[in-house]
Design a protein around this ligand. Structure first.
Ligand code: SF4
Length: 393
């Protein structure tokens, strides 16, 4: 990697790890609002079309202290971190908050934000979870129109179809570049580490998309493919609203594995779907909501024609992963309820998998290491060619 692209990657890393400085600088430069968006389904193009900056709020690495006094410990780490940040004044940079609700715990954290930052608009809408009903499409369209109306009200800026189309194009371009990197990894290119891929995604959730795209283009301009080595190939599945800890990626690689693919929100799920540029932008955004669930099914949605377990089996067939690490944020109900289906599907195909429950703070590294090593050993024993390689090594 040239110094030029290493510098670009470092800029993304700094922004992903410390978004505050970037946000303060952006606001001072543009004199426009910054709108905090909650994951996972809100079309950020709506906010960008007003000239404001949409930022998908990240969980903080800080230990949760004050947040524990207002949300019970059985809320997931992401939602308790949001409550914690709200109580500590760390969300003050945002001028308003918008949310396409997808789970009851997220709703709890949005309520804390509403209470603690009572002088700021907090807009909450529920995108219909039952995807197959005859009325769903009409209602999703109404919600998208309601998001647009609220974004106009909060920013005082009318949203034209032209502005929406421009922002859709810019976000699509960003997703396409990120997908290139993910596809290369799937096809055997190990140039970027899992931590670097996560940096690219998190910074995209925070930054102005055109700025992010320019840095990505710099990084990719001199990207030289690096062939994947012969370590055990793993797929990471799960983890929705917040990014897995980078230490976990390092641990997996330390144990002799290489991550070849994922369906994490801070990963392939976030970039899975473009908004159709040839449609009316408002209709295209409603369609995007349905298309996302078809591309990577989400357990917070209900759709008869797609399910996450079939998707996973299919994707494993294509990416050649030999095992699956299921990363489950502790107390994530949607994931907990769905996991038995995933386990059944993986067992039915005799695919080794390991469930790792993660918490906001504290990772029992050595316990996880032992379990990962045992799984990797199981995969080695399952594969005659791997046994031969090991014996002759
Ligand atoms: S979907 Fe899971 S991770 Fe996201 S807010 Fe709900 S409980 Fe937390």
């Amino acid at each position: 990697m040239s110094k030029h692209s290493a510098d670009a990657l470092l800029i993304l890393e700094n922004i992903a790890n410390h978004p505050d400085a970037y946000l303060a600088e952006w606001k001072a430069k543009h004199q426009k609002p910054i709108i905090g968006i909650f994951p996972m389904n809100f079309p950020v193009e709506i906010i960008a079309a007003t000239g404001a900056l949409p930022v998908i709020i990240q969980d903080s690495r800080e230990p949760i202290s004050e947040g524990n006094t207002i949300l019970a410990e059985f809320y997931c780490g992401y939602t308790r971190s949001i409550a914690d940040q709200a109580m500590k004044g760390q969300l003050d940079i945002f001028d308003a908050f918008m949310n396409a609700d997808h789970c009851i715990q997220l709703l709890g954290s949005v309520d804390v934000v509403r209470e603690m930052l009572s002088d700021k608009p907090v807009y909450f809408e529920h995108l219909i979870a039952a995807m197959d009903d005859s009325w769903t499409k009409v209602q999703v369209q109404e919600k998208i129109d309601a998001f647009i109306a609220e974004a106009e009200r909060v920013t005082g800026q009318a949203i034209s179809n032209e502005a929406l189309a421009r922002c859709i194009k810019s976000n699509n371009r960003n997703r396409q570049l990120l997908r290139q990197v993910f596809e290369a990894r799937r096809n055997g290119d190990a140039q970027f580490t899992p931590a670097e891929l996560q940096t690219m995604i998190v910074s995209s959730m925070i930054m102005d998309k055109d700025e992010h795209t320019a840095l990505l283009e710099t990084i990719l301009a001199d990207a030289a493919s690096k062939p994947r080595d012969n370590r055990i190939r793993l797929h990471l599945s799960g983890h929705f609203c917040h990014a897995p800890r980078v230490e976990l990626f390092d641990l997996l690689e330390d144990c002799g594995a290489v991550i070849v693919d994922d369906d994490l929100y801070t990963g392939a799920r976030y970039i899975s779907t473009d908004i159709n540029e040839s449609q009316d932008p408002r209709i295209a955004m409603a369609d995007w909501y349905f298309a996302r669930n078809e591309n990577i099914p989400c357990p917070t949605r209900v759709q008869k024609s797609v399910n996450w377990d079939s998707y996973l089996l299919n994707v494993l067939n294509n990416n050649g992963a030999e095992g699956v690490i299921v990363l489950m944020a502790k107390f994530c109900e949607a994931h907990m309820f769905y996991y038995p289906e995933l386990r059944k599907a993986l067992n039915s195909q005799n695919i080794p998998h390991l469930l790792i429950e993660t918490e906001h703070e504290g990772m029992p590294v050595e316990t996880i290491r032992t379990r990962v090593e045992a799984m990797i050993e199981r995969i080695r024993r399952k594969s005659p060619s791997r046994q031969t390689t090991q014996e002759s090594a």
